[in-house]
Design a protein around this ligand. Structure first.
Ligand SMILES: C[S@@+](CC[C@H](N)C(=O)[O-])C[C@H]1O[C@@H](n2cnc3c(N)ncnc32)[C@H](O)[C@@H]1O
Length: 387
């Protein structure tokens, strides 16, 4: 899969006309003149149930007073996670992908979809007894016990002994009942949102407070979970969360966004490890750009890279058009050459490892802790090997 393909997420589309034909209880909501389905809490519940049954062969028991997940939005978040894992080289043949869903809700919806679409294994937490017990029933009755585990626990849970490629979360949105009453509608469809208090309200700061708590707790799992992530519902939250990540001295974070209907959502990703996802533009300050478009002469670059071994190694990818470059020092700089004269040999420390990908059209930072090294390498190529 090429870098460009990874960036294109398709919004899943479902055929409401067909669904209405197959399920008679959707008929009262179907407008034959406009060929559209009227979206109410009730019709959304039915849609979710039937999309899961028809498209994914999953049977759920609806709890109508709980929040009803809108499937396309959930699939979109999972697709974005998949693309991040692909970009970082974390989806490796035959390696099981494991994810942790914080606040799984009454249907373990992300876990069900993640397993059905991508064959991932999931552990899910929630604090709500009724949701936990409903999820357990769904998992059991669909024969998914081996792949999905539900734990009654706060945030990431306590005794996590496994390793995960990612965690995800869809936080409660509001800070208080008053705030909820003011904005009590589900934006794309202008309908009232149904949900329990723990689904909609986080008294300690709404979604901002919840995500800050996720960030605070994530430090305890820094070696166990590679990519932490959370959905963000309000644009104003994005800047606050970026500020908080900086305040916590995190160096590896970025924002992805997607749109369903007229509604935009953001996803914040952060990691304590050195994998770098593709970020080629950002509307937000303080997000590091890791992929830059530039026309480069690969053959010329290859010739010069040879002279930098053993401080830099490179190979072509299977298709032969990209160079994968691994280095431990900024061996292309004058300072490095001067240092080498005096020290004769310079250690290659694993902690200083950087990986770049160079194609005829771009340069990408794929791994490493030092943005300065990426900038320096980019400046070196730009100066000497631009087409
Ligand atoms: C907005 S709902 C999301 C439910 C589901 N993931 C979805 O997307 O439809 C938020 C969920 O977080 C759970 N929750 C609230 N506080 C929590 C905490 N401290 N730890 C874990 N889960 C929590 C709620 O019970 C609720 O199920």
């Amino acid at each position: 899969m090429s870098i460009d393909e990874i960036e294109n997420y398709e919004t899943p589309q479902y055929d409401f006309v067909q669904l209405t034909k197959s399920h008679s209880d959707l008929k009262p909501f179907f407008n034959v003149i406009s060929n559209k389905l009227e979206l109410t809490s009730e019709s959304i519940n039915l849609l979710t149930k039937y999309i899961l049954a028809d498209e994914f062969n999953i049977k759920i028991n609806l709890l109508p007073h709980h929040l009803c997940p809108i499937i396309p939005s959930r699939v979109q978040y999972l697709q974005i996670i998949k693309s991040v894992l692909l970009e970082c080289g974390l989806i490796i043949k035959d390696e099981r992908i494991k994810g942790l869903d914080v606040g799984t809700g009454p249907y373990a919806i992300y876990a069900l979809l993640a397993h059905k679409i991508f064959n991932w294994e999931m552990i899910c937490t929630d604090i709500d007894e009724e949701s936990i017990s409903n999820c357990e029933k769904i998992i059991r009755s669909n024969g998914l016990d081996r792949f999905i585990t539900i734990k009654k626990s706060e945030f990431y849970g306590q005794e996590i002994n496994e390793k995960f490629q990612f965690s995800l979360s869809n936080p409660p949105f509001y800070e208080s009942k008053e705030e909820m009453d003011r904005g009590y509608e589900f934006k794309p469809y202008k309908i009232q949102v149904k949900g329990t208090n723990s689904e909609l309200i986080y008294g300690n700061g709404g979604e901002v407070g919840f995500i800050k708590k996720l960030i605070d707790n994530s430090i305890d799992f820094k070696d166990k979970i590679i990519w932490f992530s959370s959905l963000i519902g309000k644009k104003s939250t994005v800047g606050i969360i970026i500020g908080y990540l900086k305040h916590k001295f995190l160096k590896n974070f970025f924002i992805k966004d997607y749109q369903i209907g007229n509604t935009k959502r953001w996803i914040v990703f952060w990691s304590y490890q050195n994998y770098r996802a593709i970020v080629n533009k950002s509307f937000f300050k303080d997000i590091l750009i890791t992929s830059i478009n530039i026309k480069l002469n690969i053959i010329k670059i290859e010739t010069i890279l040879k002279t930098f071994t053993p401080y830099l190694n490179y190979h072509r990818d299977d298709d032969g058009d990209s160079l994968y470059i691994t280095c431990y020092n900024q061996c292309w700089t004058r300072q490095f050459k001067r240092r080498l004269k005096f020290e004769n040999k310079i250690a290659c420390l694993e902690s200083e490892k950087s990986i770049f990908i160079v194609t005829p059209d771009l340069i990408r930072w794929k791994f490493g802790s030092s943005y300065k090294t990426f900038q320096s390498f980019y400046a070196f190529l730009q100066k000497n090997y631009k087409e």
